[in-house]
Write a new protein. Sequence first.
Length: 485
Amino acid sequence: EDGRRLKAPGSPWSSPTVRRLEDTPCTRVLGDSAAYGDALSIPEVDLGEASAMALTTHDGSYGPEPVLMNWGAKTPELRGPVLATSRHNTQRNSIGAHSGGYSIYRALAVVTKNVDEDHFPKLGMTTPVAQIGPFPAWHDPKRIVTFDPYGHAISEGFGPWLDRGYDIRPTIAVTKAHIELPECREALREGRLVADGKVLMADGQSFVTKAAIEPVWYLPGIAERFGVSEDALRQSIFKETNSMYPELITRRDLKLFLPPIGGLTVYIWGDPEKIPDESVELTCRVHDECNGSDVFGSDICTCRPYLTHAIEECIKTAQKGGTGICVYFRKEGRALGEVTKYLVYNMRKRQEGGDKASEYFNCTREVAGVTDTRFQVLMPDVLHWLGVTKIHRFISMSDMKHDAIVNTGIKIEERVEIPPDMVPKDAQVEIAAKVFAGYHAGKSYEKAADGSTLDQVKGREYSAEIEYVKSVEEGTGAEGTAQGQ
């Protein structure tokens, strides 16, 4: 009568009892907070399928009825699930889609009939391999606003919703792995690291717990972080995404947004349950993605060397009974993107006077109009999710990351700069420019802090030559170091 049709009896959408057996959690991490006092208050699931595609929806008396979302509530029952799958047309409480930009690939799988649209994920054996949380920050609507703190415990925290037939997807996965880096094998050979057979094996493999996290933005909290109104934030995102998300404007009742951006990964060496204990040493690096260096070893920046140095320090800390954390954010090119980054590279190398530290940030501004859009004010959420209250050794020179963390109440005892012998020749420009701009210099880069070395530090230069046999001979003119040598 209302233009929708229900799924046929026996389909996954109408068999919650069968589904629940598949969703019984293999591990449990939430404790008593997962208990429900009144599961019968959960509304009946509406699994109707629209007969026509709506370009947008509107709130109001005759609009959809999104399920409960009380961000920051003390229990999953009081808060409600993040409901963002496409099969809940009238009840979803989020704008956007799961998996960010990867949702486009799912659309391709649907249109090419490579996936069954009626498929429900089996969550029971996907539960976390380690105990993380819950912590007080999970229940603070202002402390964590960039992802769902319960995203790794869907079958445990929202089991009664699954019983009702709701399709609720995890936005966090916690697993474990053995990782192997050539730098760790080198560190073993040179004696910087020693295998203990637990944290680090003789072949250079180290044991980690790791968590992948997808963004779920609580829009009122995001707006408050930036000191703007929620309306202004919604309008800006709507405009800059070329009107991709009209519900940012038409659905003020929906406070959650799953943005089409990359998430983050947390790598943990040592026992994750020790992280909240301030008496146990904690080493930490927060790292922003750099595909060129991290994966392919480009020497124009210090990203991979600094990351692998942090991993070594995390291993050492774990071997002493502490914990090491590396957080890897997908913010390529200072969140400006890899295309923009490469354009900047060309400008730096071709500008008059060569690739100088004094012009390092100006070149980015000339190309992108801004030098950085990573907005570290959003970064500390993951540390609060992990229960971090004190960092003994922070493996970073960034003033923006340091200030963002301590401004949320987390203490940092020591800041550790990258060892000078790990800075690639063409990356001296980067270090000199960043230290002069306010990055932590430590004892290694004090001369760069006063600007005396800026014009002495130069990187390789490119010309307008594009013929390979000539172009390949360029780029040998790096000069000077950020240490003033």
